[in-house]
Ligand binder design. Structure first.
Ligand SMILES: C[S@@+](CC[C@H](N)C(=O)[O-])C[C@H]1O[C@@H](n2cnc3c(N)ncnc32)[C@H](O)[C@@H]1O
Length: 204
């Protein structure tokens, strides 16, 4: 019998191997797939934005789910390691620097789903890393009223720690339904958590 650590490593090797076998750019895909299987976040024809998309597995998965009748916009500071289909457009940029009004005009409307697996470059200092992760999520939340249709959904990564609770309160203000999720494929020792929020409230 293996040790607990051995078992955990084996489980994660399984996700790594599975991603390679299924031609995904990263094992991160299962942190989206697992939640999508449960909540049906992504559907045919949707307009979706994927923030922090590189190397590209969430975008590969989302593009497949929305099919060619949808629109995917992927954004990252770094290049993607994969090629996306024609109904996806990639911007290599800080997500704060994009002209979303222009992008949404091009794809014919506001997004129905906002995804973010963005993570700050980590320092190893838990407090700092958590604050930076919360800052990224708060910058997205600032844009939610413009980016996301009323009724739309939001799935994002955030580190558990400083900044988490006030960020979560903001999410509750914007959405009717909110869940905190730790997907099976997320390493137990990682401080990452995911927030799934849906039914964005109409602007009051
Ligand atoms: C964990 S990776 C994302 C993995 C991706 N979901 C996948 O499936 O391949 C986090 C990404 O967030 C990106 N990122 C961090 N800050 C960003 C910012 N301000 N604007 C755009 N991308 C950012 C990083 O460059 C990094 O590639």
């Amino acid at each position: 019998m293996g040790s607990r650590l051995g078992d955990k490593k084996h489980r994660h090797d399984v996700y790594f191997k599975k991603a390679r076998e299924e031609n995904y750019a990263s094992r991160a895909v299962y942190k989206l797939q697992e939640v999508d299987n449960k909540y049906r976040i992504l559907r045919k024809g949707m307009r979706v934005i994927d923030l922090g998309a590189a190397p590209g597995s969430w975008s590969q998965y989302a593009a497949k789910k929305i099919t060619s009748s949808g629109h995917l916009v992927s954004v990252d500071l770094n290049e993607l390691a994969i090629t996306l289909p024609p109904w996806a457009k990639f911007f290599q940029s800080d997500f704060n620097n994009l002209d979303y009004a222009e992008i949404m005009a091009e794809i014919g409307g506001t997004f129905e789903v906002v995804l973010s697996d963005m993570a700050p470059s980590t320092t190893g200092i838990k407090f700092t890393d958590c604050v930076r992760s919360a800052e990224l999520v708060n910058s997205i939340l600032d844009r939610i009223p413009d980016l996301l249709v009323a009724g739309g959904s939001f799935y994002c990564k955030i580190f558990q720690g400083e900044g988490f609770d006030p960020t979560l309160r903001r999410v509750h203000e914007l959405f009717k339904r909110v869940k905190i999720i730790k997907p099976d494929s997320s390493r137990a020792e990682s401080k990452e958590q995911f927030i799934y929020a849906w039914e964005r409230k109409p602007l009051s």
